[in-house]
Write a protein that binds this ligand. Structure first.
Ligand SMILES: [Zn+2]
Length: 420
């Protein structure tokens, strides 16, 4: 009978993927729930949390892990436990050894509620980054021993450690690794130790979570503001479609969750053909000599006059007028003189001002004495052979007067009053 019950329970776990859905939260049909359990092997991934490290937990988009540091302290820790229980949410705790010695019942209650319990040193000194390694080792081991004493065995303490103040240093991380303990940082903090209000804790936590899309949130179950913020936060997580993941150390009974290396990165590197922006060039077959086009010659182009001015006969003189009439829907135009006709004409007349259509620049009467020209020094006149043109009263562009003052003053012979 007992084996039958165990078998049914195992089947439920298998087919639900280890999920504790809202339906599994008696009395709370709208609970956030815990979506899955993630079993991790501390010896494979030693350092977690992108606030400080390259890797984080292998979470899917919109998955979040809740962590609580520095406890336990009644009554705040108890209130946090009640809120988590009301939503059937499982979290990871990093307890301080001295606090566990003071409140062993609370440690046991955290364990009884099904949360994961790691440690956070014995006395929470904010000097891990500069204390002798022997002192750090003592802080680590005493903290584990204190929590283990409350729980009845070190095997009930998860091999998860968070350095107080996140004051990491290589030698401490190396020591933890030799003990097969996973060092946890976080992906974003809730700032709940900064004397901010509950709503601000919620706002910062959600903003940082949404910015990364997933991750490990750092909170403290010893802060009154956290007690008030947690129900709001869990409600927002539910409303925004986030899933809470419960993390546990892998064991013989619960092998590690199968993952690939890229899942342990907050932003897996983009790779593979689908993500390459430009296609690879396609190699072309070599061109055979016989396929090469002949070199161009004068006979292949439409210009029959060389640069030297000699006339070359065209193999076939095109009838441009006829071609235009036959192939184009554009209006007829005046036939252009042929190259030969142009060459046969005499030299073009020298250009004069009427050629450009600007007659207003031409002084048909002798100009009045120009004060500006009179002020021109002989040296200026010598340096500027076009000085007579500069004396003209209008500018050479006629209608393009600088009404907006956009033109440099030196370009036009206008008085200063023409500019704003
Ligand atoms: Zn702490």
């Amino acid at each position: 009978m007992r084996s039958w019950v165990v078998g049914v329970f195992a089947c439920v776990l298998v087919f639900s993927g280890g999920r504790a859905t809202a339906a599994d939260c008696p009395g709370h049909p709208d609970a956030l729930g815990t979506s899955r359990i993630l079993y991790v092997d501390p010896t494979e991934h030693r350092l977690l949390g992108t606030m400080q490290y390259r890797e984080t937990l292998p979470l899917a988009h919109k998955e979040v892990v809740l962590t609580f540091d520095d406890g336990p302290i009644p009554p705040y820790s108890a209130r946090v436990l009640e809120t988590l229980a009301s939503q059937c949410v499982k979290a990871t705790y990093f307890l301080v050894g001295s606090m566990a010695r003071a409140h062993p019942d609370m440690v046991r209650r955290i364990a009884a509620d099904g949360h994961t319990i790691g440690t956070h040193s014995q006395n929470h000194p904010l000097s891990f980054h500069k204390m002798p390694l022997a002192n750090a080792e003592r802080e680590i081991n005493d903290g584990i021993a204190s929590v283990a004493a409350a729980l009845g065995g070190e095997d009930k303490v998860a091999p998860f450690f968070r350095i107080p103040g996140l004051l990491r240093v290589d030698q401490v991380e190396s020591y933890l690794a030799t003990r097969h303990i996973m060092t946890w940082s976080a992906d974003f903090p809730g700032d709940d130790w900064k004397k901010i209000g509950a709503q601000e804790i919620v706002n910062r936590s959600l903003a940082r979570l949404e910015a990364k899309g997933k991750g490990v949130l750092l909170l403290h179950d010893i802060q009154p503001a956290t007690v008030l913020a947690l129900p709001i936060l869990l409600g927002e997580l539910k409303a925004r479609g986030y899933k809470v993941v419960h993390v546990m150390p892998a064991s013989a009974a619960h092998p590690k969750t199968q993952t690939v290396a890229a899942q342990w990165l907050m932003r897996p590197p983009k790779s593979g053909p689908a993500t390459i922006a430009w296609p690879e060039p396609i190699p072309l077959p070599p061109v055979a000599a016989a396929e090469l086009l002949p070199a161009p010659s004068l006979a292949t182009v439409a210009f029959a006059q060389t640069l030297a001015g000699s006339i070359l006969p065209l193999a076939e003189k095109p009838d441009r007028k006829k071609a235009v009439a036959r192939t184009s829907r554009w209006p007829q135009r005046t036939p252009t003189p042929s190259v030969i006709d142009m060459a046969a004409r005499e030299e073009l007349p020298a250009p004069n001002p009427e050629s450009f259509g600007y007659t207003n620049m031409i002084e048909t009467k002798p100009a009045a004495p120009d004060r500006r020209a009179a002020a021109t020094t002989p040296a200026d006149a010598a340096a500027s052979p076009t000085a007579p043109v500069s004396r003209l009263p209008g500018d050479i562009t006629g209608s393009l007067r600088p009404s907006l003052g956009l033109w440099p003053r030196s370009t036009f012979g206008l008085s200063k009053s023409a500019y704003p």
